[in-house]
Design a protein around this ligand. Structure first.
Ligand code: G1P
Length: 271
């Protein structure tokens, strides 16, 4: 069973400036609710019991948001407002399942994952990248079922336009399991169009094996001087670890760019 999830939250969010100059991008509201709460709700519905947030000193606002129960209590005492009281209960529920670790010097997603090493108990855990919202179908839940069935690591995926391959981790297929699930042959972080093995992109949901920490502790910086989770995954694949790419059925919303963020709010409003 997958019971723990990790969420890297130390990124600066420069693609969303000026909104992020003093505000954490993951707390920006999407149709009246912080983006991060959609991600937490996805985890809870998928059966996750503990979530580890990887934050930085600059993102302390995220910790404050989930630890502000004293303030809520004061307000509720003064005025009996059902909406505020329900929100308080929800935040309290979140607080109970969240742990915080720090990545004060953001050196990539692989480095962020490594910070959670001490806390991971089981052989597999879930990672969600908060820029990627998937609506209409719980992608994490679907991936956990696949993991149970095939006893392997799983990554969410979708086909992207050939012109945009350098924005993503791109993989090619070793073997087709069925129309939605594929065993991965190779995965490469943000390749040029010329070097891309396909137009199949990795999206921000991963079920990773605990043994990835061993790879990460020795992982050298890759593209852009960052330590990429993609490079550690490729290294595990080369050691015969099975990784399945799952073409999810939900709708993908990119909340990490200004254009995508605006579109996401409009899409959420339609639900
Ligand atoms: C990260 C991963 C990349 C993946 C993408 C999905 O990139 O490194 O492999 O395709 O998330 O959103 P980032 O968005 O951090 O640049």
């Amino acid at each position: 069973m997958i019971k723990q999830a990790i969420i890297p939250l130390a990124g600066l969010g420069t693609r969303l400036l000026p909104l992020t100059s003093i505000f954490a991008k993951e707390l920006l509201p999407i149709n009246g609710k912080p983006g991060l709460e959609y991600i937490i709700d996805e985890c809870i519905e998928a059966g996750i019991k503990e979530i580890i947030f990887i934050i930085s000193n600059k993102k302390i606002m995220i910790k404050n948001y989930f630890n502000n129960d004293v303030f809520f209590k004061k307000i509720i005492k003064k005025k009996k407002d059902k909406r505020i009281s329900d929100e308080y209960k929800k935040i309290l529920k979140y607080k109970k399942m969240i742990k915080f670790v720090y990545q004060n010097n953001p050196r990539g997603t692989g480095d962020a994952v490594l910070k959670t090493k001490k806390f991971i108990k089981d052989n597999y855990f879930l990672m969600l990248l908060p820029d990627d919202l998937i609506i209409k179908k719980n992608c994490s839940k679907a991936m956990i079922s696949i993991h149970k069935k095939y006893k392997s690591s799983v990554m969410a995926s979708m086909n992207v336009h050939k012109k945009s391959v350098s924005r993503w981790g791109i993989y090619n297929i070793k073997k087709k399991i069925n129309n939605q699930n594929f065993i991965i042959k190779d995965v490469v972080e943000k390749p040029s169009i010329k070097n891309a093995p396909s137009n199949k992109a990795v999206i921000g949901r991963y079920i990773l094996p605990k043994i990835i920490f061993k790879k990460l502790s020795r992982q050298k910086a890759g593209k852009g001087g960052e330590i990429h989770i993609t490079d550690a995954i490729q290294s595990l694949i080369k050691n015969d670890q099975k990784f399945i790419a799952h073409n999810f059925s939900g709708k993908y919303l990119d909340c990490g760019t200004m254009d995508g963020y605006i579109k996401s709010s409009l899409e959420m409003a339609k639900l």
